[in-house]
Design a binder for this molecule. Structure first.
Ligand SMILES: [Zn+2]
Length: 763
């Protein structure tokens, strides 16, 4: 029993804490405003902006010092669209920037009285986008950070004279209500109306339009009022100068509030007493009840009657005001989302009718509810398929009241890959050789882009010069730009030509892309087929697999991919991994190089056959022809004749004895490594090392087998040199280029089997 009592008590406490519906007197509300004006004085556009900024953050600019930056930055939209969502939506970088720009302009108040239509092809996820956006808005608007207040009149019956006692008799009331409901059926009266509460001596009349309480201050007195309230602080300056606060001086309360306050003033003859009856409470958002947020589907039938009222409350108002005509408690469904969000999911069927009605309303800003005017100021959102445009196009006058925001298929490869990871699990990465998963995304995105791009060709006049890295249509380069990356392989000249103006025209081309090609749904299906066909326990998915999938396994898909794109993608891949292998094989052991050069400079002063201790390294050296040859090959390259080597040695010795030793070392006191001769030998040494680095990849069956056998029992049987090279290569690929051991082996075998070393050294 005790337990139950505790549990109920706990529940009671928790639920009371949650009950934020308690009324706050207007004066108390004003003192809340002075402590946090920016949070307390917000219209729906400002709250919407704060919501997006709270969840999305500031955005990351990868090139903060770039003078040509156009603020095309990375926004992390996870909190907004992915986290805790049953159906996540993935906003790519292009769309995220578009969305943030939109909310910024909404907040500035530049473009109100418009419908914002998110227009995207089937399978782009636009309904998921709208659902998730509204879910987050509802959550945020009900949090303290997003909270706003609405006006509630608390009428004091004692002060106003009130109605006779018997009027409150429950039985009579019920009877009257029943009779009236019967009569009202003709005009309809849904159940979820604001309910007047008789709370002892008070009648509470909530504003059905969720009016901001500050609007009850007569318009002509507001400036003076805020001057008094904020003195001369920064916020006062803000509200009086910034466009986003214009609403505070422009908007009027709804007719119910204004007629009520007028009637009260007539009765009480004291504005102070009127304001004592004004209270505020948090504006609660509830999408399911249509409070503050309403979303209509095309199949939702229109209400039989759009005029809503509350008979019981009307009767009490009449009674307390002693005049039935003074305050008419009628409003429309639009009042419920005044200061909130009204959204249409697709513009067809009943939603097309709603849209047309909406358009007429927002053109005027007000509409008639019976003979009463009602303000309508909401954030109007809709999503639409491009082919449904015909449903509204016949209305010429619409264009200036509609703003389209494109919501195309994903065109940023990072986001495309994120989608695969989200749907199939993060483990998919482990099944791919590095770069191959992203290359799959590139193929998908290529189908969505325009093949010929004017802005790209205007920027890069001669795409052929990048044939090692890029396709002839520069789609691969464009994808990098869309994902916020400027590739390092661009020439200095082209990098400089990427001006803010060119960037803008490239990015704005994305507005016309992503409407065809593989849809979001397609790409998931294709990825699933690809992954099931090629993911194996003991083998990683390679570029050959990718190529095979699109050209053989599913050759019908290649029709959607631009010609030669796959070939260029493979070329780009080959070139890149060859660079990785080259860097990983290059044995840059500075200590070894220094020791070789110092010993050589010491040894050339002796005849072959001598045995001496080097003064530079302290090493005992057997000065033989072989000793000279090994080091001289590093200076001069392979296959150099003995005569040439001897001549080189003689010249070097001459330089050493005439310049290096007497002048630089003895006179100037330089270390041997600081001398000109040393530097030139060092340069030759390093150059030849790099030139030769791919030699093992050319016609060396032994090397190929050693890679296959790496870390197996058989690896021990190879000679020391091969073992050393292979181990070095593997370790570098793993630590510098994110390969697993299996991946490092496979990528080397791939390079050997495709003869990449020969192919690219020929070029
Ligand atoms: Zn009102």
């Amino acid at each position: 029993m005790k337990k139950i009592e505790n549990a109920i008590q706990h529940l009671d406490r928790k639920m009371s804490e949650k009950d934020q519906g308690a009324l706050i007197p207007f004066t108390e509300y004003l003192s809340m405003i002075t402590t946090a004006p920016e949070a307390m004085i917000r219209n729906v556009f400002q709250v919407f902006y704060h919501m997006i900024k709270t969840y999305v953050g500031e955005g990351l600019d990868e090139y903060p010092d770039d003078p040509e930056s156009i603020q095309f930055v990375y926004y992390d939209c996870c909190e907004l669209f992915v986290k805790d969502s049953d159906h996540p939506f993935f906003a790519d970088r292009l769309f995220a920037n578009r969305l943030v720009n939109l909310v910024e302009s909404l907040k500035r108040g530049a473009q109100q009285n418009k419908v914002y239509i998110f227009e995207g092809p089937p399978g782009c996820g636009k309904s998921t986008f709208l659902n998730n956006l509204l879910r987050k808005f509802e959550e945020y608007a009900n949090l303290e950070e997003g909270r706003r207040f609405e006006a509630v009149w608390r009428l004091d019956r004692k002060l106003l004279g009130g109605f006779a006692e018997n009027e409150a008799l429950p039985l009579v009331e019920k009877l009257t209500q029943l009779l009236e409901r019967h009569r009202d059926d003709a005009i309809g009266e849904p159940d979820d109306l604001p309910v007047a509460e008789i709370n002892g001596d008070y009648i509470e009349v909530p504003c059905p339009s969720h009016d901001n309480p500050l609007l009850m201050i007569p318009k002509s007195l507001r400036r003076a009022f805020f001057d008094d309230l904020f003195k001369n602080n920064e916020f006062k300056f803000k509200i009086s100068t910034e466009k986003e606060y214009e609403w505070l001086f422009r908007e009027q309360p709804c007719t119910i509030c204004s007629s009520l306050s007028e009637a009260l003033l007539t009765r009480l003859k004291s504005p102070k007493k009127v304001f004592e009856m004004l209270h505020v409470r948090p504006y609660r958002f509830n999408r399911r009840l249509g409070d503050g947020i309403s979303v209509f589907n095309p199949g939702d039938k229109p209400l039989r009657q759009n005029v809503l009222t509350n008979t019981l409350l009307q009767r009490r108002l009449n009674s307390v005001m002693r005049d039935s005509n003074q305050v008419k408690y009628i409003f429309s469904q639009y009042a419920k989302t005044h200061n909130g969000i009204y959204a249409l999911m697709d513009i067809k069927s009943h939603n097309a009718e709603r849209f047309i009605e909406l358009h007429n309303i927002i053109s005027e800003g007000v509409h008639k509810v019976e003979d009463v005017e009602e303000n309508v100021n909401s954030l109007f959102l809709a999503v639409m398929n491009p082919e449904d445009k015909k449903n509204i196009q016949s209305f010429q006058s619409f264009s200036d009241r509609i703003e389209y925001i494109k919501i195309p298929y994903v065109m940023d490869l990072q986001t495309e890959v994120e989608i695969y990871r989200n749907i199939f699990g993060k483990h998919i990465d482990a099944h791919f050789l590095p770069r191959v998963l992203h290359n799959f995304a590139r193929v998908i995105i290529a189908s969505r882009l325009k093949v010929k791009s004017e802005p790209m060709l205007e920027w890069i006049k001669d795409p052929k010069k990048y044939r090692l890295y890029c396709d002839e249509n520069l789609q691969l380069l464009k994808m990098e730009i869309y994902t916020g990356h400027i590739p390092a392989w661009l020439t200095e000249e082209d990098r400089n030509r990427l001006t803010a103006k060119r960037r803008r025209s490239i990015i704005s081309e994305s507005e016309k892309e992503g409407e065809r090609g593989f849809s979001g749904r397609d790409s998931i299906k294709i990825f699933n087929e690809f992954f099931s066909a090629f993911a194996k326990e003991d083998k990683l998915i390679s570029m050959s697999d990718l190529n095979k999938f699109f050209t053989q396994t599913k050759s019908e898909l290649s029709r959607s991919i631009p010609e030669n794109f796959l070939k260029s993608l493979v070329n780009h891949y080959n070139y890149t991994i060859l660079q990785e292998v080259k860097e990983s094989l290059y044995y840059y052991n500075e200590e070894q190089i220094a020791r070789d050069i110092k010993n050589y400079l010491f040894a050339i002063n002796f005849e072959s056959g001598a045995q001496e201790t080097s003064t530079y390294t302290g090493e005992k050296i057997e000065i033989t022809e072989d000793f000279f040859k090994t080091i001289e090959m590093h200076f001069l390259g392979n296959g150099i004749s003995e005569d040439k080597r001897r001549a080189f040695r003689k010249n070097t010795q001459k330089d050493y004895t005439s310049m290096t030793l007497p002048q630089e070392i003895m006179l100037e006191g330089k270390d041997v490594t600081e001398t000109k001769l040393y530097e030139s030998l060092h340069e030759r040494y390093v150059h030849n090392l790099k030139e030769k680095v791919l030699d093992p990849f050319l016609e060396n069956e032994n090397f190929r087998r050693a890679i296959k056998d790496y870390n197996e029992e058989a690896f021990k049987t190879y000679d020391k040199k091969i073992k050393g090279d292979v181990t070095f290569l593997m370790n570098n690929l793993i630590s510098n280029y994110r390969y697993t051991e299996l991946g490092a082996k496979e990528v080397c075998i791939y390079a050997i089997d495709n003869d990449l070393a020969r192919h690219y050294t020929k070029n």
